[in-house]
Design a protein around this ligand. Structure first.
Ligand SMILES: [Zn+2]
Length: 233
């Protein structure tokens, strides 16, 4: 009895054979089955290859996506940084502008329509300042109207590049002229008169061990260096 059996992709003839079937018939049938099996194997192989290709394409897509995500994040970070630099630059610019027009003095009239005197200073004899004696004995002065702070200049803050931009010491040249100007300005600010006396820290002197000279030497420069980016804000 012969029957057709459906195996999904290929139809295979199978069954038990009556002795009436000739040897030839049996060989032909075996050949046919072998060929069908071969086709089935080739189909499966093809399907496997297709899947492999799909997987590879998916991997490529994913890696491209990861790459573009990274690129987007990098650009975002760069833009954030640029924006921060712009805001910081603008803030510094407006501070400098305001500080350059401020009289750093008390007094002046304020009304609801004109509050400028609060930022630009008044016309009193007395300075609108606070003074603070730092822990190493340096006198720092800050204008309460515009926020300008006078402190002993620190050399590492006076390096400039060819375009005149303030840069790190490794990127520029030291300007003795600008350093001297700042020093003069600070010394003049130390003479400002105002009401009250300076607030003060406990005064200490700073020393460091000089390995080569084998003795204690003055460490005030190091203290000032560490305070270079600070203001009395
Ligand atoms: Zn001021």
């Amino acid at each position: 009895m012969n029957e057709k059996q459906n195996t999904g992709t290929t139809t295979v003839l199978s069954g038990s054979y009556t002795p009436a079937q000739s040897l030839d018939d049996q060989i032909k049938l075996a050949d046919l089955q072998a060929k069908q099996l071969e086709i089935q194997l080739k189909n499966e192989e093809l399907t496997a290859k297709k899947l492999e290709i799909q997987e590879r394409l998916a991997n490529i897509d994913e890696s491209k996506k990861r790459q573009s995500d990274r690129e987007i994040k990098r650009k975002q970070f760069e833009n954030d940084l640029k924006q921060k630099a712009r805001i910081f630059g603008q803030q510094r610019y407006t501070d400098t502008l305001r500080q350059s027009v401020c009289s750093h003095r008390k007094g002046g009239m304020v009304d609801s329509r004109n509050m400028r005197v609060l930022h630009e200073g008044g016309d009193s004899e007395k300075r609108s300042i606070i003074r603070h004696r730092m822990i190493n004995g340096d006198l720092w002065i800050r204008c309460t109207r515009c926020g300008k702070t006078w402190a002993p200049p620190v050399e590492k803050m006076f390096y400039f590049d060819a375009d005149g931009h303030n840069v790190a010491p490794c990127d520029g040249v030291f300007s003795q002229g600008r350093f001297n100007d700042a020093d003069k300005e600070w010394k003049e600010a130390c003479k400002f008169t105002t009401t009250g006396s300076p607030s003060s820290s406990v005064i200490c002197s700073f020393h460091k061990w000089d390995v080569a000279a084998r003795k204690w030497v003055d460490g005030n420069t190091e203290y000032r260096d560490s305070m270079a980016s600070t203001s009395l804000r």
